[in-house]
Write a protein that binds this ligand. Structure first.
Ligand code: GLN
Length: 336
């Protein structure tokens, strides 16, 4: 539907019917709604509108109503047209704006990194809760945007965080995020599947290893949204159907060498593979294996402990503990 533009004021006197983004805020909001209404549900369009107005016009959501008569500059209108055009192509708004929010902190993103997800915020929450007051050396494997590493560096007091990724392009994003947040993270470029690189470049003696590795199987691709499939890095998402836990096996073995005795492993997991992941960790010699559900009740995280050598032959650690996480979260303790 065309948007009616009233060109009034000292620059031009005319009334025009135009498909381009309007000058006045209320008309611009109508323009965004009209152009996106066939592509997105109305609630999502409202969320986009708030993000766009804040990003382009510096108008925070609570000012939208009060500023509804304000006039947009030519530059702002062009930028909004560009954003709306890209949204119509299903491009994620986080890539278009180049930023997102994770655990209440701002992060820059581009298509070389996965857009941080709410389930990963829950993984961070779990670590912040369980590791509070402990500090220690933390390693994040496959850091991507650096969202886990930087958030822990900022909020887990006393921690020293190292973050590894296989790609320099990805690490450039993570480094910039650490700089913008004012946190110190030691970034390392290495392929953890290469024994040589791991030995040469990554230190030993971590108290915590955390990872959100690729875990979506090729056969689950069909159920994924176009905006994920067409824009997000497949190397950060997908694993072969015939070996979906390939990263977990590698990380578990790596952890056996590099975790301190009693050190903890925290992993985001495929919600359909909780049992299999726990079994794998048990087979690799870990104890206190706990599969944890997210706020929607889906098994999304696993925590395990590197059993101290002297306990190796004794009964497995009792895993019943009173865990306070989020209200709705369920922790399922596997019988060992
Ligand atoms: N949680 C992401 C998704 O479901 C996948 C992240 C990953 O593979 N590590 O889209």
């Amino acid at each position: 539907m065309p948007v009616i533009l009233n060109f009034s004021g000292k620059d031009r006197k005319a009334t025009a019917t135009c498909y381009f983004c309007a000058r006045i805020m209320t008309d611009t909001i109508a323009y965004i709604r009209d152009l996106l209404k066939d592509c997105y549900p109305s609630e999502e369009i409202r969320a986009f509108t708030r993000l766009i107005m804040e990003d382009v016009c510096d108008i925070p959501p609570h000012r939208l109503l009060a500023d509804k008569g304000s006039v947009l500059s030519v530059g702002e209108r062009h930028r909004i047209e560009e954003i709306v055009g890209r949204l119509r192509q299903s491009e994620p708004v986080q890539y278009i704006l180049g930023k997102t929010c994770f655990y209440g902190l701002p992060f820059q993103v581009n298509p070389s990194v996965l857009i941080p997800r709410p389930e990963t915020e829950e993984l961070v929450e779990l670590i912040l809760t369980d590791e509070k007051g402990r500090g220690g050396a933390v390693l994040d494997i496959g850091t991507g945007s650096g969202c886990i590493a930087c958030t822990l560096a900022k909020l887990l007091h006393g921690s020293r965080v190292t973050a590894v990724d296989v790609s320099e392009a990805v690490l450039a994003v993570a480094r910039e995020n650490a700089r913008l947040l004012g946190v110190a993270v030691d970034f390392v470029c290495a392929d953890i599947f290469s024994e040589e690189q791991a030995v040469e470049r990554i230190a030993e003696g971590f108290d915590v290893i955390v990872s959100n590795p690729p875990y979506v199987t090729e056969s689950e691709k069909g159920a994924m949204e176009k905006n994920v499939l067409d824009y997000e890095p497949h190397t950060a998402l997908f694993v072969p159907d015939d070996d979906p836990l390939v990263f977990y096996r590698r990380i578990a073995r790596f952890g056996r060498q590099r975790l301190n005795s009693g050190g903890r492993l925290y992993l985001e997991i495929n919600a359909c593979l909780g049992g299999e992941t726990a079994e794998l960790l048990r087979g690799e010699g870990y104890g206190e294996i706990t599969v944890i559900a997210d706020i929607f009740g889906r098994e999304r995280m696993v925590k395990a402990t590197k059993i101290p050598k002297e306990y190796k032959n004794s009964a497995p650690h009792a895993a019943k503990r009173n865990v306070g996480f989020t209200d709705n979260a369920v922790r399922k303790v596997l019988k060992e």
